[in-house]
Ligand binder design. Sequence first.
Ligand code: SAM
Ligand code: SF4
Length: 359
Amino acid sequence: MNDGVSIQPPRTPDLIVPRELAEPSLPLVDSFLRRITYLRLSVTDRCDLRCSYCMPERMTFLPKKDVLSLEELHDLATAFIARGVTKIRITGGEPLVRRDIIDLFTALGRRLGPKEHGGLAELTLTTNGTQLAAHAEALARAGVRRVNVSLDTLDRAKFAQLTRRDSLPQVLEGIAAAKAAGIKVKLNAVALKGVNEDELPDLIAWGHAQGHDVTLIEVMPLGDVEAERLDQYLPLDDVQAVLEQRWTLTPLAVSTGGPARYLEVAETGGRLGLITPHTNNFCAGCNRLRVTATGQLYPCLGGGEQVDLRAALRSADPEANLAAALEAALRIKPEKHHFRMDARGANPATARHMSMTGG
Ligand code: SAM
Ligand code: SF4
């Protein structure tokens, strides 16, 4: 392995990538012939909420010195664009709590352009919405056309309990500001047994009435939280069966290149996405890589495989070492995740929380 590129945990010899194979201009294709065109880039592990399914109440955050600078994040993103990545989602933690984050959006927004000219087709973000009102216009100016906002409940007391912060009014204001700025909003809700279970139809109806798509997500066993994962887990097959008693749901052929499958709700005229890592595996079409705010590349959300891009970026020969690190990541990207949601007290699939890899 080239100097400056460290891969953890210790790898088998076939991960040592000869320099000639680590070609900086080739498309990113993994060992299952999946073409990688989508980067999810986390810009911070910090957050102004403490969602009980995402992190413990007393979460420990990384020292700021370990986190990549905005310039380094930009250089990394640029290297991915050069390798054929056409979509970048900025995530976190909460991306909008990072100081000067709009500068990164503005810089990456300049890369938006025709795919055939090696441009970025989409720059987007996932946010909890608390700071969106302040930033919506700047995001739109930077070229953001769509945003995912996480919203699990419309009940203020329940929101405060679930996120451990009383911020629902700011989130609703943020969603309205994004819409007013011309950004298309998709609402994401994690389906939680006994928490928002009864409210999901109303949440979907509200979102659709506002003109927003809504996607439901099954909870994933990432990192330790206070609650038992099995107590949080609500299979979306069960939710769908309940929704079908109220509405006519028609499967749509559309795919946004992600793990969601989509249904049209005839009565609301809106679109409902379902992300079902447990009840329906979607890994065969995986087109993404994830990089944390410290530059650790995780080829799979549900796996421990890891490649250190920060070391490559800070090495004497960043271009060659980044190319080698990406090649290693493609080789270790697993065929599928191995989430288990069938046993009480089971260890999480990964020690890291979703706030590290950004969902
Ligand atoms: N803070 C931003 C937000 O909440 O949208 C971005 C980061 S957050 C980690 C990204 C997404 O992951 C959110 O939609 C959140 O609901 C979801 N999420 C967090 N922990 C999860 C878990 N254990 N299982 C499933 N989804 C989770
Ligand atoms: Fe923060 Fe998003 Fe995790 Fe909630 S889901 S604690 S908003 S990072």
